[in-house]
Design a protein around this ligand. Structure first.
Ligand code: B1M
Length: 211
């Protein structure tokens, strides 16, 4: 088994120490960080999701897998973030109200920082008003929202509506993403952009900033 397949396998079994060790080995072997992320950690987490869906794995298993994913990400983060790059603009980022999934959102934050954006991370379970307050307070250009549950997706529409209501839609652009979110949904609710993964989110944010 190659090292990335092994990494995915240990993520699946929630072994954070093995995942940490194998991620370090993969980096030391010279594999590109993006490949370790996509073909190792995210590949493992995708299988976790599939097996959880068909009740082959349970919530505690998913939590352990999430911990293992974070253990691997700790080694990759410094490689994905370039230090000392002049700021391209500020992005307020969070998982929407009711949503505790934050791994994808955190990755978007890491890659945005890596591309030179300043990121104000509001965490998860963020109320619509909080997104708007924080964007105003930090004079951000962009509000980024993540949702992993179909039941929390409407919170994104609430933020967009709140911006319109307060006539702030001209001042802050919005980008949304997360596994159940689509380009079509972004258009439907009037969000300015949709990112299908973290790298694409960076491209779309650059587009919104005219960079
Ligand atoms: Co949850 N969960 N979970 N879970 N979980 C999903 C999302 C689910 C699809 C699993 C399944 O059934 N197959 C399902 C949702 C079904 C649905 O609504 N359609 C589900 C469920 C049901 C639940 C609970 C309700 C379970 C329960 O309690 N009975 C519960 C809800 C809790 C809550 O939020 N209120 C729950 C809980 C959890 C844990 C806490 C155990 C844990 C989260 C830990 C954490 O995040 N700290 C967890 C996990 C880990 C998952 C799965 C297995 C993996 C999610 C993940 O981290 N993926 C997930 C199944 C799956 O998606 N495969 C599942 C890796 C991550 C890198 O990908 O987050 O998609 P992702 O991010 C990607 C892109 O989507 C995109 O870029 C990222 C990187 O490329 N992206 C953006 C994300 N945000 C973006 C924002 C952008 C742009 C792109 O712009 C701003």
């Amino acid at each position: 088994m190659d090292i990335l397949a092994e990494l995915a396998q240990h993520l699946l079994s929630g072994d954070d120490q093995k995942v940490s060790e194998l991620t370090r080995q993969a980096i030391a072997a010279g594999l590109p960080p993006k490949q370790i992320l996509d073909d190792g950690l995210i590949a493992g987490m995708t299988i976790v999701g599939e097996r959880f869906k068909c009740h082959d794995l349970y919530l505690p298993d998913v939590l352990m897998a999430a911990q293992a994913m974070n253990a691997g990400l700790e080694h990759l983060k410094p490689l994905l973030v370039r230090e000392g790059v002049p700021s391209l603009g500020k992005v307020v980022l969070g998982s929407v109200q009711g949503d505790l999934h934050d791994i994808g959102k955190n990755l978007v934050g890491v890659l945005l920082k890596g591309a030179g954006f300043e990121v104000v991370d509001l965490g998860s379970d963020v109320a619509p008003e909080r997104f708007v307050e924080a964007a105003t307070q930090h004079a951000a250009a962009i509000i980024g929202m993540s949702a992993l549950l179909t039941t929390t997706m409407p919170e994104m529409a609430r933020v967009v509506a709140l911006l319109k209501e307060q006539r702030l839609d001209g001042r802050f652009k919005t980008i949304i993403g997360g596994a159940p979110v689509t380009e079509r949904y972004a258009r439907e609710i009037g969000a300015d952009a949709y990112g299908f993964d973290a790298a694409n989110a960076v491209e779309r944010v650059k587009g919104l900033m005219g960079k």
